[in-house]
Design a binder for this molecule. Structure first.
Ligand SMILES: [Zn+2]
Ligand SMILES: [Zn+2]
Length: 818
């Protein structure tokens, strides 16, 4: 990201400063204590050794340098030198060289490894080449980022490089083009900008449908930069993949064939993911040449409390409360720390609790050295915050992951993660915020009370000895592809050569779209002849269907949308709904008007919907036998009805009451992975018929909790159904399905990695220290049945017999620890 490298040996002074370049030098501060010493003071000195489940020592790594490729223009090299970088790191030089050779490339290296510079250098060089072409507009570049804030940061960085160029780079004309660009400026951008910074939404809705007005820009397009490309996953990623195919088709029409440059957090198989996203072969650059200081990574489990939750289960202290305590202790220890918390509300809670503790321990002046970062700040405010952190005026910050793409806080002494951030990629990205180069850094992952977090803090190998997960997306999903074919036909009639570009399902879908009256077939191909704009019907961040609008009841202000699929569970009447980190109470969900009327509120409880679900197998596409047991993948129809909701007290999780709801059933056609065992197997394992429902239900919950370890999904992206006798299989069956129409690739990934996935599930349940099941193993916060029935011992026996012939179960512990 940052231009934070100097001549060899000078890195240390500047590491972590990407924003100010020359202006914002870090004041010299005595080196912090080694991270292991800081960790000792948090544990032994305070009698908390039992909470530390593991500490991993990651040694320092020196920087490796290379030379810029010879064909990089000298103006660009010298501008970069003026900013203080005499030599690039190896991965930067390699990526730049591939890009200048016209190869699509994805750079997947760590946080603060200067990925921006790796693609900006060849882009600037190419843009300068172009402007010397006679009577041409000159080469152009399109930069896509998932957020406007990131694009704004890039514009600022480009400005700094241009200033460093002292006039030699002035012919590069960058401009943002997004929803905030005034209409009077848009024409200038279309005609004259050479580097347009935008987002996939604007490309989809604003640029592609109006491509004739962008003709000269598209004709000259040399590079498409896709920043933070790992964020394009699941359904959103599948949509963006199709938007990029539409872009490539229009470019081909205008005679250009841009090179794609992608930047990603470290992920497994980045070349393959980038290839799926762009539809092109992509070379990967993964050998990180940037230096890293010594890091101690601690895994931390909060203690059990006296409280009891659903079905009388023991409840652990919350990760939020634990993070607040650790933040206060680290600030008292003069350790600059950021705590990453999931919601804005949680971040505020952490900062308030930490401030109270500090005020008690050291007075109000110390309490003021902790703040919350809530996202949505103006650039100047973010810069002020960065300065306060860099100068040490601010010692502690509680932030949502919005910060991941907003403020540059690299170079801290410690990072706390209140709960696993969902993927190893995000884990390393957040942990990478700690550590001024050459000096130590401490990262602590604090487990939330759920199966995945609990599994991870007890299985350090799954964090430290596994590659990061690959980015899952499925551009062939017909629910995603069909509307993009309409949008593409509206841009230019679809013809035979387009079949290859949009993938194998296209030939099947086009006649269907014709018979539904969406497209018309004529001699020149398939045409869009309807009056409305085809692109307007697609919500690329949703999952199909018209979204439900969230409207503030008193002001009529539109706060955002939720997709229809999740509206019944997330914004039913009476629901407490988190939106962009703020808490709202839903006054009324009006399905006919597709509106949820809400008010900002601060109730002392959260809500959880209760539902009933039935599932039908439409087709079995693939199947494997594990002895007598079967594992299948295919298409299903899920019928779900939200019937009531519970109110649960914050922090303790205690149930305050249940309210009935009157909502219609909904059906979802999607993809699922499922497994069945036979009655003979159950008999042989001594699993009684009355134990089966609880055993299957428990195995289902835990497996949903563990799937994010193998696919880049959230447990909220997937659902499950378990039954002792399913009509379609005739057997006891457990289903796990994608919660998006047509699927999103998660269930498929579960099918591909089923041995490891279900083996880890068995392992997680077996290792949990509870007696009869708890949120750390088999209970689910989203269970539609209030976590009833659940049978922990039964689920262990059931999973063991399922895995008996795979060789996985043998490796799992043989006796429950409780
Ligand atoms: Zn448990
Ligand atoms: Zn359940």
């Amino acid at each position: 990201m940052a231009f934070n490298h100097l001549r060899p040996g000078q890195h240390d002074a500047l590491r972590g400063i990407s924003t100010g370049l020359m202006t914002d030098l870090l004041p010299m501060k005595p080196p912090p204590d080694p991270p292991a010493t800081v960790l000792d003071r948090l544990t032994e000195a305070r009698g908390r050794q039992d909470r530390l489940t593991h500490s991993e020592h990651l040694p320092a790594r020196p920087a490796r340098y290379a030379n810029w490729p010879g064909d990089l223009r000298p103006e660009v090299v010298s501008a970069i030198e003026v900013t203080g970088i005499a030599q690039p790191w190896t991965h930067q030089a390699e990526a730049a060289s591939l890009a200048l050779n016209g190869q699509n490339v994805v750079i997947a290296t760590g946080t603060a490894s200067g990925k921006s510079l790796a693609y900006l250098a060849p882009v600037l060089s190419a843009l300068l080449d172009g402007t010397e072409a006679p009577n041409g507009r000159g080469a152009t570049c399109l930069y896509l980022s998932p957020t406007k804030a990131l694009a704004a940061d890039q514009i600022r960085r480009l400005g700094e490089l241009r200033r460093a160029g002292g006039g030699t780079l002035d012919r590069v004309r960058p401009a943002a083009y997004d929803g905030d660009t005034p209409f009077q400026e848009r024409e200038w951008v279309r005609q004259y900008a050479s580097l347009v910074l935008t987002n996939p939404d604007m490309l989809h809705r604003g640029i592609l449908p109006a491509h004739t007005r962008w003709a000269s820009f598209l004709r000259a397009l040399r590079f498409v930069v896709i920043d933070e490309c790992h964020t394009y996953r699941g359904v959103f990623g599948s949509h963006v993949a199709q938007v990029l195919r539409r872009l490539r088709r229009l470019c081909a029409r205008y005679g250009s064939e841009p090179v794609f440059l992608l930047a990603s957090a470290t992920s497994a198989d980045p070349g393959r993911s980038a290839g799926r996203l762009t539809g092109l072969p992509v070379t990967e650059v993964t050998e990180d040449g940037s230096p890293r200081g010594e890091t101690v990574f601690a895994l931390w489990e909060p203690p059990l409390t006296e409280l009891h939750g659903e079905q009388g289960a023991p409840v652990r202290r919350s990760a939020t409360a634990e993070a607040a305590d650790l933040l206060a202790d680290l600030v008292l220890d003069r350790t600059r720390t950021v705590a990453f918390v999931r919601s804005r509300r949680g971040a505020e809670l952490v900062s308030v609790i930490a401030q109270e503790r500090l005020a008690e321990a050291a007075g109000p002046a110390t309490a003021r050295r902790v703040a919350a970062y809530r996202g949505g700040y103006l650039p100047e405010e973010r810069r002020a915050l960065e300065r306060a952190l860099h100068s040490g005026q601010l010692l502690g910050l509680a932030a949502t992951s919005a910060l991941e793409l907003g403020v540059d806080v690299a170079g801290l002494d410690a990072v706390l993660l209140a709960g696993y951030p969902g993927t190893r990629a995000s884990l390393w990205q957040q942990a990478g915020r700690a550590g001024r180069s050459g000096q130590g850094a401490l990262a602590i992952l604090i487990a939330r009370d759920d199966p995945l977090d609990t599994y991870l803090v007890h299985h350090p190998d799954s964090l430290f000895r596994q590659p990061v997960e690959s980015t899952v997306l499925d551009p062939d999903n017909p629910h995603v592809l069909a509307p993009h074919l309409c949008a593409a036909a509206a841009e230019l009639p679809l013809t035979d050569p387009d079949l290859d570009l949009f993938g194998p399902s296209t030939a099947l879908l086009l006649p269907q779209l014709e018979s539904r009256g969406m497209l018309r077939k004529r001699a020149g191909g398939y045409f869009w002849t309807r009056r409305e704009r085809a692109a307007d019907a697609i919500d690329i961040r949703g999952s199909g269907g018209p979204p439900i609008r969230i409207v503030e009841a008193d002001t009529g202000r539109l706060l955002g949308t939720v997709d229809t699929a999740s509206a019944h569970t997330s914004v039913h009447t009476g629901a407490v709904h988190l939106h962009q980190g703020k808490t709202y109470l839903v006054r009324e969900l009006d399905l006919e008007a597709a509106v949820a009327l809400v008010e900002e509120a601060d109730p002392p409880y959260s809500t959880v919907a209760r539902d009933t679900t039935a599932i039908t197998v439409l087709s079995t596409d693939s199947e494997v036998k594990w002895g007598e047991a079967r594992l299948c993948f295919g298409s299903v129809e899920v019928t779900n009805q939200v019937v009531s909701f519970l109110r649960r007290r914050l922090i303790t999780g205690e149930v305050l009451g249940e309210t009935r709801l009157d909502l219609p059933p909904r059906t979802l056609r999607t993809r699922a992975v499922w497994w069945c065992v036979t009655d003979e197997q159950l008999d042989a394992a001594g699993l009684l018929p009355e134990e089966l429902p609880g055993a299957a239900h428990a195995a289902e919950h835990a497996s949903i909790g563990l799937l994010p370890l193998f696919a880049t999904c959230d447990r909220w992206d997937i659902g499950g159904v378990s039954t002792p006798l399913h009509p379609d299989t005739g057997l006891p069956t457990v289903f796990v399905y994608d919660g998006h129409p047509g699927g999103a690739g998660f269930a498929e990934r579960g099918y591909q990695r089923a041995r490891e996935w279900l083996g880890a599930t068995l392992d997680a349940i077996t290792a949990c220290e509870c007696e009869r099941g708890c949120p750390s193993c088999i209970q689910s916060p989203k269970c539609g049945n209030g976590n009833d029935p659940l049978d922990k011992a039964g689920s262990i026996r059931l999973l063991r017999l399922l895995l008996a012939d795979t060789g996985v179960a043998a490796a799992a512990p043989t006796a429950p620890s409780a």
